[in-house]
Write a protein that binds this ligand. Sequence first.
Ligand code: PMP
Ligand code: GLU
Length: 399
Amino acid sequence: MKQLSNRIQALSESATIAMSRRSRELKEQGIDVISLSLGEPDFETPDFIREAAKEAIDVGYSHYPPIPGYADLRASIAKKLKRDNNLDYKASEIVVSTGAKQSIANVVLCLVNPGDEVLLPAPYWVSYYELVKLAGGVPVVIPTSIENDFKVSLEELRAHHSDKTKLLIFSSPCNPSGSVFEKEDLAEIAKYLEENSQVMALSDEIYELINFDGINHSLASFNTIKEQVITVNGFSKGFAMTGWRCGYIAAPQWVADACTKMQGQFTSATSGITQRAAKAAVEADPSTVSFMVEAFRERREKVGAWLKEIPGFKTNQPKGAFYFFPDVSALFGKKIGERVISNDEDLCFYLLEEAKVATVPGGAFGDPNCIRLSYASSIADLEKALTRIKNAIEKLEDA
Ligand code: PMP
Ligand code: GLU
């Protein structure tokens, strides 16, 4: 009998990837779609990183690397964590992978048993939910709201805690809300972890460098709970290296060892050439990529102003990453002809068909009142896209 496993049948396709695939298909049919769906910097990888990769090819980095990554790359990552985050990790506590996504998968599969509960403050990044399900875990979604800048509080964490809670996963800067957890916000999470020493936390800091107001605070910098924290980071966003596939964790030794064992069966290490490129990136002063952050800042200002002009869109001011996550629930129930916009998905499909702009429904991130727009596109495309969205929304009528 040809039958896929229950596991894969229960897994949903990544909504971010599904929407970008759909817009690519429409583009291939000659339709002028602007995609604000995928979170991917539109810059090329900086030259000094590419040069390091070329050199790696020439000197023969063509063999299987050690599973957790080359020792000198892990040592450089440990130095970076001290330099930028004031975190003390030994190189042995770092595991390099084929992207932050694989790092998260490693951690979830290594920590979560069937039936274990995993706290996901919403909005969360799409893959957290599906990876927890894949491990047989139970995602426990904690709703937050635009009024408190989508940040989870100590009270909310306590209210969703049970004796089955195993792990908490969150990102800061946050995909999709763009919120940045300040030291006092992290202190609430740290307090919750102090109260529950059996709970682990995965702090996803992949957008660390795309932070408009200052330095990134790491949850692991709270010494009392450092042994409960796994820090995830990588190169895709800050260094525009999405296609190179490199990420890492810094974690207590027992978690790092488990992830190395998992990776040894799944993928082995990421490409040696990518690792040499990553080493150049991680050793560079972060100011070498600040030109990208400045470009994102300018786009944030412009897109924020354009969004304010759109009726029914309620927006917070994102402090990091490159997304807006407007609350569009005021539009639910409106219609055009016979077509009723009942929810986030209806709105995204309407925008795709009418405005030819691809966005992602907020439900995929656990908040169906919102939709996500990525502003990692040129200002010209953003202006065109936001004008088209405004025109499409202005056509909607009360039911
Ligand atoms: N975490 C978050 C919050 C992300 O947005 C992404 C986007 N790709 C990832 C992890 C995965 O990054 P990578 O490309 O390094 O796998
Ligand atoms: N993280 C990006 C996003 O959220 C890329 C897509 C993905 O890796 O799923 O759009």
